[in-house]
Design a protein around this ligand. Sequence first.
Ligand code: GDP
Length: 194
Amino acid sequence: MATARFLGSFTDNLPAPSLPEVAFAGRSNVGKSSAINTITGVSGLARVAKTPGRTQSLNLFDIDGKWIAVDLPGYGFAKVSQTLREQWKGAIEGYLGTRPTLRMVVALVDARLPPQELDRQLLLGLDGARLPTLVVATKIDAFARSKQEGALQKLAADHGIPREAMIGFSSHDGTGRDEVRDRIWKMTRPIPTK
Ligand code: GDP
């Protein structure tokens, strides 16, 4: 069982870089909170980030003292003003562009939907920044098991990414959880020192 420690909610002045970080990004309602809970094995963890006043911040969690999960603000809220949207786009881009300990970005997309404009922007931005990215297709349980592989192949092709860059995922039945954990572990394990 993992233990998570909430390190805080930040818009700027993040804690000094220390452990390897993995950031989670996606449109609001994509299933990001559920995915973070499932992947870390700490239920209720990402709910902390959904409390009022924290949804537009970067929320950091220390996982087992081994890596830091960075919950980026869910984007795409229609209700938010343009100014606020610009502010938080700036915070996300600032973080992604400058954080030296950032090892990987988990970009969440909804497996049930064709690529959304905001998904395209995110993937394009990550590609441009040359950040290692894992695309996690959430809510794959919406497809019968026999249809999942076909759906993922189509989604990957529609996004213009290789099939192996995408993992089908479900917080409801645990599909893809071990594979995502494995990728995170590979990207965050300490570099052995002799
Ligand atoms: P967030 O806004 O991206 O953090 O999304 P949440 O984790 O709060 O989930 C948004 C909605 O999607 C909720 O109604 C969840 O029950 C639903 N959801 C999340 N994960 C899954 C999943 O794996 N399968 C299905 N079918 N629904 C999911």
